[in-house]
Design a protein around this ligand. Structure first.
Ligand code: SAM
Length: 173
């Protein structure tokens, strides 16, 4: 199981990027996102709505206290940060154990403690970019591309891949 912890959400500024973290987590095979920072019911409703229409299983929730989440987490903690060890050098080691993984992506300022609490501080290049791209590349390397073929359960709507134009299949219920 892979869960994603999104730190430091700011309701007014991060609605779009945190939504994209959630949609990327879902599309690339993570099973859950936990949001910390400010509570944002509307964002959670929007992501739940996507899961309802496009299929699951996928969960998104809010928890106030990230320290409590880390304390209670039984598996491994992976922190995505540009200051970490390049993913290509560490991914094999990360995949060695089959413990559950909590993948942390930061927001505006990541508390220094996170670096110490993480089992792995992992960089997707050592250049600054975004929590969305870092998460996508991490999941892609972790699942070795198999996530691209993931089928979702009980979708109400599905794309029929098409060379040109948009084709979808909608279930009647
Ligand atoms: N300025 C913040 C800091 O110094 O901690 C980071 C801001 S960055 C826009 C937000 C998040 O994107 C980071 O916390 C990290 O999770 C992710 N990120 C950005 N670049 C990354 C990289 N090269 N490798 C891994 N994660 C990265």
């Amino acid at each position: 199981i892979i869960k994603v912890l999104r730190l430091g959400h700011r309701k007014a500024r991060d609605a779009r990027i945190t939504t994209h973290v959630c949609l990327t987590a879902r599309a690339f095979g993570a099973s859950e996102v936990i949001i910390t920072g400010e509570d944002d019911k509307r964002l959670i409703e929007n992501v739940d709505d996507v899961t309802e229409r496009w299929g699951g299983p996928f969960r998104v929730s809010y928890q106030k206290d990230w320290k409590k989440i880390l304390k209670e987490w039984k598996g491994e903690i992976i922190h995505l940060t540009m200051y970490g060890i390049p993913i290509q050098d560490i991914i094999k080691k990360i995949k060695e154990s089959n413990k559950d993984k909590l993948v942390i992506v930061g927001g505006p300022r990541v508390p220094g403690e996170i670096f110490k609490l993480a089992d792995f501080n992992v960089a997707v290049t050592n250049q600054p970019h975004s929590e969305v791209s870092a998460l996508a590349v991490f999941l892609h390397m972790f699942f070795e591309g198999k996530e691209l073929e993931k089928r979702f359960e009980n979708p109400k709507i599905e794309v029929i891949p098409s060379k040109s134009g948009k084709k979808i299949r909608e279930s009647k219920i």
